[in-house]
Write a protein that binds this ligand. Structure first.
Ligand code: SF4
Ligand code: F3S
Length: 106
């Protein structure tokens, strides 16, 4: 499955949602996650993310391995998002910022 990682936090551009053929994204307050049981590994979302936050499970950076389990856990509790919406207000200034992990709101 594909995995949403740290740089989505506080950005949530949602361009990824529009291209997913199986609607496997779920939405929280400041992060999206991918349901690993529904993702069909089509790769389409990767290039759409302005934050470059989406990786194949095998390519998730070493310091972000926890996001693999986090996507699975959050996809069980958050609702599905099926359409694009406006990014968070400070998305552009938060794109690429370090240390966003602690800002994730469940
Ligand atoms: Fe959806 Fe394809 Fe991305 Fe998986 S890889 S989340 S199926 S767009
Ligand atoms: Fe997040 Fe990128 Fe989608 S910032 S909402 S994974 S387009």
């Amino acid at each position: 499955a594909y995995v949403v990682t740290e740089n989505c936090i506080q950005c949530k551009y949602t361009d990824c949602v529009d291209v997913c053929p199986v609607d496997c994204f779920v939405e929280g307050p400041n992060f999206l996650a991918i349901n690993p049981d529904e993702c069909i590994d089509c790769t389409l979302c990767v290039a759409e993310c302005p934050a470059e936050a989406i990786y194949a499970e095998d390519d998730v950076p070493a310091d972000q391995q926890e996001f693999i389990a986090l996507n699975a856990r959050l996809s069980a509790i958050w609702p599905t998002i099926t359409g694009r919406k406006d990014p968070l207000p400070d998305a552009d200034s938060n794109n690429g910022k370090a240390g966003k992990r602690d800002l994730l709101v469940e």
